[in-house]
Design a protein around this ligand. Structure first.
Ligand code: OAD
Length: 240
């Protein structure tokens, strides 16, 4: 294997599961989790927002309030340590809209599906830090219009900063996926992209993801155990 200097890490809901944040595909039967009888996919679309903005805002208000009560776990802490100590390029691309990577201290984080703690004003196209509910249609702090929505990428919308992600991948020597089911594109396609680029690929997950066959190596177990052990191993062989 070629020596590893630059790393791209993809994280999914599984890395935050042990912090008490529900994953998306955690229904009792392994299917989608339900919220007030709606599949998450049915709430997280622009059509759902047009149809019933109050329902969608309440859903996100609930999740925004919930994440503020959660704490980073050992996996977030380990990645923050890797970010601080790794001498090469490193990018943590997260599908998660929580802020647990940042609260653990990681800096090189890219939220490809947006952030719960941001509100996006569709009138003036600005984003503001937002910790409160949106269901009562508060005015935008910038323009005063009541056009704020969660700054979260919904199904059918384009994930953020894909150019930056692909360019980091082209410069990478290792792609690691942590706690991601491989069910939602384009994130799920990154491993194939990495393979085509000849980059080493590693999966750390509780169970095999849908794209598991694309990885050179899969380690199964809880992120809070696998990630600290992997980080320890990487730092032991660290580039200078
Ligand atoms: P999912 O909920 O689809 O998958 C979570 C993955 O984490 C599964 O493969 C679990 O086996 C694994 N997992 C659960 N607990 C774990 C633990 N303690 N340690 C390690 N792994 C664990 O979450 P994502 O793949 O992030 O998109 O979902 C992708 C996207 O689908 C989300 O970003 C969201 C969602 O709908 C949008 O909202 C656009």
């Amino acid at each position: 294997m070629r020596s590893i200097r630059n790393i791209v890490i993809l994280t999914g809901a599984g890395i935050s599961a042990e912090s008490g944040i529900d994953t998306f595909r955690s229904g009792a039967d392994g299917g989608p989790s339900l919220w007030e009888q709606h599949r998450v996919e049915d709430v997280a679309t622009p059509e759902a927002f047009r149809r019933d903005p109050e329902l969608v805002q309440r859903f996100y208000d609930m999740r925004r309030a919930a994440i503020q009560t959660k704490q980073p776990n050992a996996a977030h802490n380990a990645l923050a340590r890797l970010d601080a100590e790794w001498g090469g390029e490193l990018l943590i691309v997260t599908q998660n809209v929580d802020d647990l990577h940042e609260r653990a201290g990681a800096r090189r984080v890219l939220h490809m599906h947006g952030e719960h703690l941001n509100a996006w004003c569709t009138a003036c196209d600005t984003r503001s830090r937002w910790t409160q509910p949106l269901v009562d249609r508060p005015p935008c702090p910038r323009c005063g219009e009541r056009s704020l929505r969660p700054d979260v990428v919904w199904f059918g919308e384009m994930p953020y900063r894909m150019d930056e992600i692909y360019s980091a991948l082209r410069a990478a020597d290792l792609f690691v996926s942590i706690g991601a089911s491989g069910a939602v594109y384009p994130a799920a396609g990154l491993v194939r992209e990495a393979r085509e680029l000849g980059i080493a690929t590693l999966e750390l997950n509780l169970e095999r993801s849908q794209g598991s066959a694309w990885f050179d190596e899969t380690q199964l177990g809880p992120a809070s155990e696998l990630v600290p052990a992997w980080v320890e191993q990487m730092l032991a062989r660290s580039v200078s």
